[in-house]
Design a binder for this molecule. Structure first.
Ligand code: DAT
Ligand code: MG
Length: 153
């Protein structure tokens, strides 16, 4: 099954929204296979967001993501990358549909609460930045056949 990296960003932690956000992914059927709380270093932040290096918002983005501890997690499921991003909503909360995490709980692109990998390739790279293979647990769940009709890739 596909894996994706999610981050519950500093604003979500400050605002006490971690449980609400995890609940939305978990209730949809995605499986938590790794989770930790960390305070991201400058170096990790710059590596994680390296595709945005040089953009005007980059310094603000790095300052924000390193400003307070976050929760990093790996979620697993059929088409998990797409499912997580759909549940998050668009990058700019004002374009995020009501019912999505960003559309319901945030207003500003620079305080948009969550990160989710944007492709399976990006996910593999991002997961390896935050987790060692030993920190990822993916034994099948008894409920998986009640979430997915069959085990899909
Ligand atoms: P996403 O987090 O939806 O994957 P992204 O990868 O394009 O979005 O950008 C990473 C983060 O950078 C995003 O969550 C918020 C910030 N960001 C992106 N575009 C921005 C902009 N035009 N102004 C301010 N912040 C921006
Ligand atoms: Mg992105």
């Amino acid at each position: 099954m596909e894996r994706t990296l999610v981050l519950i960003k500093p604003d979500a932690m400050q605002r006490g929204l971690a449980g609400e956000i995890i609940l939305r992914w978990e209730r949809r059927g995605l499986k938590i296979v790794a989770m930790k709380m960390i305070h991201m270093s400058q170096a990790l932040a710059e590596e994680h967001y390296s595709v945005h290096r040089g953009k005007t918002f980059f310094p603000g983005l790095i300052g924000y993501i390193t400003s307070y501890p976050i929760i990093a997690a790996v979620l697993e499921g059929h088409r998990a990358v797409e499912a997580v991003r759909q549940t998050m909503g668009a990058t700019d909360p004002l374009n995020a549909v009501p019912g999505s995490i960003r559309g319901d709980l945030s207003l500003d692109i620079g305080r948009n609460l969550v990160h989710g990998s944007d492709s399976a390739e990006t996910a593999a790279r991002e997961i390896s930045l935050f987790f060692s293979p030993q920190e990822i647990f993916s034994a099948p769940r008894d409920i998986d056949p009640w979430v997915f009709e069959e085990q899909k890739g």
